[in-house]
Design a protein around this ligand. Structure first.
Ligand SMILES: [Zn+2]
Length: 184
């Protein structure tokens, strides 16, 4: 635990913050001219409501969602959340193996004001909303949180570590701040 530099931060749970706070809760789905669109891994897709199907959400060039799932109320959010957990877990595992990080757990939450966080017990959290971002931006947030397993603050030393893991991180931060210039 020698690397924990900020003892006041250590006392808090969920001290880290991917600093790129969302200005507003970003919207996953929007309706344009009566058509449902949503953003997934940096691309905008059409969402067609179709007859009940299994799994309820499928992708084949466009996304289709079974109307039963749609009517249940949650729309695509619970399904996207499942996707998010899979994607985040895979990216965390990949980079942990590559760089020797040892997170204890990966969780996906519904945070509206932060993209990611890291707890003093080694859990890395991400908002499911991150699946809207391009993969390289997701990877930056993943690496940012993993870096907090070693340095639990936002000191220059921390940013140096982030830069060594993700040289393009400044560009990705910009995307997160502006949601890539997308009007959502
Ligand atoms: Zn941070």
């Amino acid at each position: 635990m020698r690397d924990i530099e900020d003892s006041s931060a250590r006392r808090r749970i969920g001290f880290c913050v991917a600093r790129e706070k969302m200005k507003n809760a970003v919207r996953l789905q929007k309706t344009i001219h009566g058509r449902e669109k949503f953003l997934f891994l940096g691309n905008e897709y059409e969402l067609q409501i179709v007859k009940p199907q299994r799994p309820a959400l499928k992708f084949d060039g466009a996304f289709t969602l079974g109307e039963t799932a749609q009517k249940r109320g949650g729309g695509i959010h619970p399904l996207v959340r499942e996707q998010a957990l899979q994607i985040m877990t895979e990216r965390v595992n990949h980079y942990s193996t590559l760089h020797g990080f040892a997170p204890r757990q990966v969780k996906v939450n519904s945070a509206k004001t932060r993209w990611g966080s890291c707890t003093s017990t080694g859990t890395v959290n991400f908002t499911w909303r991150l699946v809207m971002a391009p993969l390289e931006v997701i990877d930056y947030v993943v690496l940012h949180e993993l870096a907090h397993l070693k340095i639990k603050n936002h000191s220059p030393r921390f940013w140096k570590l982030v830069e060594s893991l993700c040289p393009e991180f400044k560009r990705h931060r910009k995307w997160l701040r502006g949601m890539g210039g997308l009007s959502l």
